[in-house]
Write a protein that binds this ligand. Structure first.
Ligand SMILES: [Zn+2]
Ligand SMILES: [Zn+2]
Length: 468
């Protein structure tokens, strides 16, 4: 059965590749004015129809895409659903079958679909400008920019997604159709990581790095390896007799991934960026100091990620002579007090520091030491416990950060229990605050409820007891 299926797909590839006029077609596709950056497959013309790489275009319209082994391509967006079938000239658009003049094709392992039919299935209108060779896909309410405005060129940035996995580490690097995942949090976060990656429409991962065998790093990796087509896994020779390490090995055994031993000085290309292994040079008794450290660079922007490295490994990196200066640092070991030593931070000198850390964790991470050391070098600090998922963009010349929740949101979402309101001064106090004792009884009111509600009523927090 499997062989037959593979043969059918291969057959489709060979036949239809011949009918297609190859890339370099110079066709641009915009969705609501934003040009899609086609990194590994450009639109083609087949039988006079513009065919677009399925994933890039579906994603640009905010649709989820699923491509099964029988050659069915399903795109979903809200209540709209379109289904296409490789080699078949009909489409089921929102339950209604319709004929197309071209069939979806697979060329070089990429599926191409006729742009018009899928866009219309999602309620977009489709236009074609022959002079600029642009297919413009616009949603109903979209008003195009004036013609003389400069068109946005393709987005070629490299993004680091620091996925919030509570007390653990997980970083996904997205580089123009190429992906790398460094760690995946504890076992119970495997599903969170898988769905985050799935929501981005990703089916394969070029590199997975298991920094070191602690469960807050490798716990969720088995789910990732079992779900996605992982090409390479980079790890050290360190083993652990733990359930999470065993599950990782089981997943590796079942997968087709190649295993690469981390060796300092080795470099690998991702999409437009590349990464270099900085450490470890040898294995220590302390697993944290065996963490694989990499420096990712994209033109003149860079990021350094070193797992749970502590001072010993940090000093090794400082003395190794490797370039570790970086715009972005994933703070070592969740900001523990034994990491982020001054020699290391001075050399890295990041503009942005991201701490992956669980809310109210029992380790007391991040430590005051690490936070003040980061402050001392002027780094802007982001934390997954306060900011949720954090996305850092490397532009090639600099970096920028966006977060899924701001600290302000975090504050207003908070629920307070039995705080004391001063109805006269409109201040909120913790019951133990000195000012509560001095407050006159008629102004005093006990309150439980959300901060948001208090702010709406004009209350603010006492500056000394800081109830929120
Ligand atoms: Zn850790
Ligand atoms: Zn660790």
């Amino acid at each position: 059965m499997k062989i037959k299926r593979a043969f059918i797909l291969l057959f489709a590839v060979l036949c239809l590749a011949a009918a297609a006029v190859w890339a370099g077609s110079g066709i641009k596709v915009s969705v609501d004015g934003a040009y899609i950056s086609f990194t590994d497959a450009e639109p083609i013309i087949s039988n006079g129809r513009t065919m677009v790489p399925v994933r890039a275009v579906f994603e640009a319209m905010g649709a989820e895409v699923d491509f099964n082994s029988k050659g069915t391509i399903t795109g979903k967006k809200g209540n709209n659903k379109v289904e296409l079938f490789l080699g078949s000239k009909y489409i089921i658009s929102n339950g209604i079958p319709a004929a197309m003049d071209t069939a979806p094709v697979v060329i070089g392992s990429r599926a191409f679909v006729p742009a018009r039919y899928i866009a219309e299935g999602f309620g977009y209108t489709v236009g074609w400008d022959s002079q600029s060779k642009t297919v413009s896909i616009n949603s109903k309410g979209y008003a195009p920019a004036p013609v003389n405005s400069t068109p946005q060129t393709g987005n070629k940035n490299v993004k680091l997604h620091f996925i919030d996995v509570g007390q653990g580490d997980c970083t996904l690097i997205e580089d123009n159709g190429h992906y790398m995942l460094i760690d995946a949090g504890e076992t119970e976060y495997g599903k969170t990581v898988v769905s985050y990656i799935k929501n981005m429409g990703i089916t394969y991962i070029d590199y997975v790095i298991a920094t070191h065998p602690h469960s807050d790093h490798i716990g969720g990796l088995d789910d990732v390896i079992n779900t996605f087509d992982v090409k390479n896994v980079i790890m050290t020779r360190e083993e652990a007799v733990t359930a999470s390490f065993e599950s990782l090995l089981d997943a590796l055994e079942k997968s087709n991934a190649s295993i690469i031993e981390a060796k300092p000085g080795n470099s690998y290309k991702l999409g437009l960026s590349s990464f270099r292994i900085i450490a470890p040079d040898k294995l220590d008794d302390d697993s944290n100091n065996n963490s694989i450290a990499i420096r990712l660079s994209y033109k003149n922007s860079s990021a350094l990620l070193c797992g749970d490295a502590e001072k010993d490994e940090e000093l090794y990196m400082v003395r190794s002579g490797e370039n570790i200066a970086s715009d972005v640092l994933k703070v070592n070991h969740h900001g523990s007090s034994g990491s982020s030593c001054a020699e290391f931070l001075n050399k890295v000198h990041p503009k942005y520091a991201v701490i992956s850390v669980g809310k109210d964790n029992s380790y007391g991470h991040p430590s005051m030491n690490a936070l003040s050391a980061l402050n001392a070098i002027g780094a802007e600090i982001y934390r997954t416990d306060l900011n949720g998922n954090i996305v850092v963009t490397l532009t090639g010349s600099s970096a920028s950060v966006s977060v899924s929740k701001s600290e302000a949101d975090e504050r207003t979402e908070k629920t307070l229990y039995n705080v004391v309101l001063n109805t006269n001064s409109k201040k909120v106090h913790l019951s133990g605050c000195d000012s509560v004792a001095k407050m006159s009884a008629k102004n005093k009111q006990i309150f439980s409820g959300s901060v948001e509600e208090l702010i709406e009523k004009g209350y603010s927090a006492c500056g000394s007891c800081r109830p929120f």
